[in-house]
Design a protein around this ligand. Sequence first.
Ligand SMILES: [Zn+2]
Length: 251
Amino acid sequence: MTSVKCSVPTTAERPETEAVCPVCKGAGWVSIDVSPGDPRFGKLLPCRACGAVARRRVSRFDRYSSRRSRALEQNFASFSTAGHASATRAAFNAAVQFAARPRGWLVIYGPKGNGKSHLAAAIANQLVEKNQVPVLFLTVPDFLESLRQQVRKSRSDGPDEYGALIQAAREVDVLILDDLGAHASTEWAEEVLFLVLDYRYRECAPTVVITNLRPEELPGRLYSRLADRHFSQLVFNPAPDFRIGNGKVTP
Ligand SMILES: [Zn+2]
């Protein structure tokens, strides 16, 4: 296996697949027609239309996302270690680093209820809101259920949403898979997850995986990719369930 350099292109490096901004023609700056007495006279101002283009690019995966309500409010500042600081510090630090510079895969595993999903949501929120990076946040059981619903629908009813959802998971800039292993293990579910993760593995696409299982408990071909230390960082969060004992709910 060759060692690969994983990275998310910055906005400037990323090939522009959408239409170039019609207002500034891609420059990102505009001059506006004002009289010489106006403080904006002769100055270049950020193009507002570009902001709209960037927002559309970032939000185009929202309709598939499991990042809703509470997850939208979870950030690093609100992360509570609730007396388990040393146990969760490694996971917290790894999540902060990934959000600042998404590279390779980050796999956080450990007992349920100890803040792993909060960290996953915080990564997503920071990348989307602050860095304008397209992110798809999928809770694995919800993702699989959405696909099952598409299978039950007649394919002739409309566009191929089944294929579109899998394609989004494969191709989004940063994929976050929460609760891997919490689904019923079937051959079909394993195949779908393999299709997504193997593609991202081969493309070296930045991915976060959250699981309550030990990685070696996952199906072998998923484990072999998750455990590839060339570009996957495995972080064990051994903290016990925050929800037990202190009355504080930090999923
Ligand atoms: Zn523009």
